[in-house]
Write a protein that binds this ligand. Structure first.
Ligand SMILES: *[C@@H]1O[C@H](CO)[C@@H](O)[C@H](O)[C@H]1NC(C)=O
Ligand SMILES: *[C@@H]1O[C@H](CO)[C@@H](O)[C@H](O)[C@H]1NC(C)=O
Length: 429
């Protein structure tokens, strides 16, 4: 009996070892022989949209896109795009607005659902002056003035704490100085909203540079996250953070990482896409909403997600699964005393979120639970709108990728934005 168990255990250990070795060899082969991944993808017959970056995609569908680079106070270089519908040349809406993606996404997420549905396209169609940001660590924000993300682990010493403190304010300042106005409007999804609230807590003067925050499924406290798989992943990462950091695994889930490439490949194949890719994101990670996200969008999603972040950021989410408050990254007690002046990681001060806030959420969101949304609403002093999406199956990812965005989310976003915007006629000179 015990011999059988030992053999069984040995078999598992052996299988795991074999799998790891195979993965490493495949990865080496890939890096050696397939350095130009675009060419291979073209050769393999990937949907051509998958091979395009933000500007190329926008251009392909008749929009124009400007590329800008924001430099943060601590030296990170972030790409920001400005998307325009050409028919709006003479009548743009003011002030500009900044659209910010969620965890492991990039600006491309707002284009994944295609024209007529993706929020960046819809905003441009309505002649809003839409700027689309990126947060440090993703493939449009993996650059620094002095640090090399491939060599310097210090590049990856960040979580939403630094994204909210540096990236969001720097991007806001950039848009304001480029457009010459004093205030803008802000739309944030999940982490893109959470990091705005971090900013308001830590640098309240920036809160005042914004007329309205439209937050879609804002990720702050995530104590009630229902997704078991997401909880397990985050718990493992936060438990093993020190070990992984010692192994120099500081960046997680980057674009062109083995996992991303593998999923992207599998998800191109219709036969596998539904049972594996669609089920993984919506059935396992988030919650099921059959037919909401199209096959074509799933292909796009897996070529842009995961877009990369730091181990530290994932570990902080792991900590927050068990925290009562929306709080900063928890170092050890002794380090906390040095960094924060207290043994415990401090909570963000949500009373200092002075601007009007709109919250849009889905009842079937298994990542940001309604209980945590209600907790946030109680903490915020100036919530002017709390809108549950009418579809009871609306989940977390639907707000960015669903084919029903135009009907389910867009009217609300548009209504609130309009009330903080005016149409500005450009005089030709
Ligand atoms: C997108 O692709 C175009 C064309 O190859 C290139 O000029 C541009 O720099 C790319 N933009 C970014 C942000 O990578
Ligand atoms: C939180 O912010 C509010 C409003 O700005 C301020 O009155 C309060 O003192 C702050 N609380 C803490 C603990 O800093």
């Amino acid at each position: 009996m015990s011999v059988a168990i030992m053999l069984f255990k040995r078999n598992i250990a052996f299988d795991t070892l074999t799998l790891v070795v195979v993965l490493i060899i495949v990865n080496i082969i890939r890096q050696q022989f397939f350095s130009n991944s675009l060419e291979i993808k073209r050769f393999l017959g990937y949907d051509s949209d998958l091979l395009l970056n933000f500007t190329q995609l926008a251009n392909k569908y008749g929009y124009s896109s400007e590329e800008h680079t924001v430099v943060t106070e601590d030296g990170y270089l972030l790409k920001v795009f400005r998307i325009k519908n050409k028919k709006c040349e003479a009548r743009v809406k003011q002030p500009p607005l900044l659209l910010m993606h969620g965890l492991l996404q990039s600006s491309d997420a707002w284009l994944d659902a295609s024209p007529g549905t993706g929020l960046a396209y819809l905003l441009a169609d309505e002649c809003f002056d839409a700027w689309v940001g990126n947060q440090r660590g993703n493939y449009y924000a993996r650059r620094h003035l002095t640090l090399n993300p491939d060599k310097d682990s210090a590049f990856w010493d960040f979580s939403v704490d630094q994204i909210g403190y540096y990236d969001v304010p720097a991007t806001i300042d950039y848009v304001l100085s480029n457009t010459g106005v004093k205030k803008l409007n802000y739309i944030g999804f999940s982490q893109g909203a959470g990091t705005f609230l971090v900013m308001c807590s830590e640098r309240p003067e920036y809160c005042k540079k914004t007329n309205v925050l439209i937050s879609i499924s804002p990720a702050t406290r995530v104590k009630h996250t229902k997704s078991k798989s997401f909880r397990s992943l985050l718990n493992i990462l936060s438990t093993c953070e020190d070990l992984l950091a010692q192994l120099k695994v500081n960046e997680l889930f980057g674009k062109e990482s083995f996992l991303q490439v593998l999923f992207e490949f599998i998800c191109q194949i219709r036969l596998f896409s539904e049972p594996l890719c669609e089920n993984f994101l919506c059935g396992i990670l988030d919650s099921s909403h059959p037919g909401s996200i199209t096959h074509k969008t799933f292909g796009m999603v897996y070529s842009h997600l995961p877009a990369g972040t730091s181990l530290r950021n994932m570990a902080r989410y792991g900590q927050s699964l068990n925290a009562e408050d929306f709080q900063k990254y928890d170092f050890s007690e002794t380090v906390n005393v040095v960094k924060y002046g207290s043994k415990e990681a401090p909570a963000y001060n949500l009373s200092s979120v002075s601007l009007p806030v709109v919250i849009i959420y889905g009842a079937n969101d298994h990542l940001v639970d309604t209980k945590d949304i209600n907790w946030l609403v109680d903490k915020l002093p100036n919530v002017i709108g709390l809108e549950e999406v009418a579809d009871p199956l609306w989940n977390h990812l639907d707000s960015v990728y669903s084919q029903h965005i135009y009907k389910m989310i867009w009217p609300t976003v548009r209504r609130y934005l309009e009330s903080f915007s005016e149409t500005y006629m450009k005089t030709k000179s």
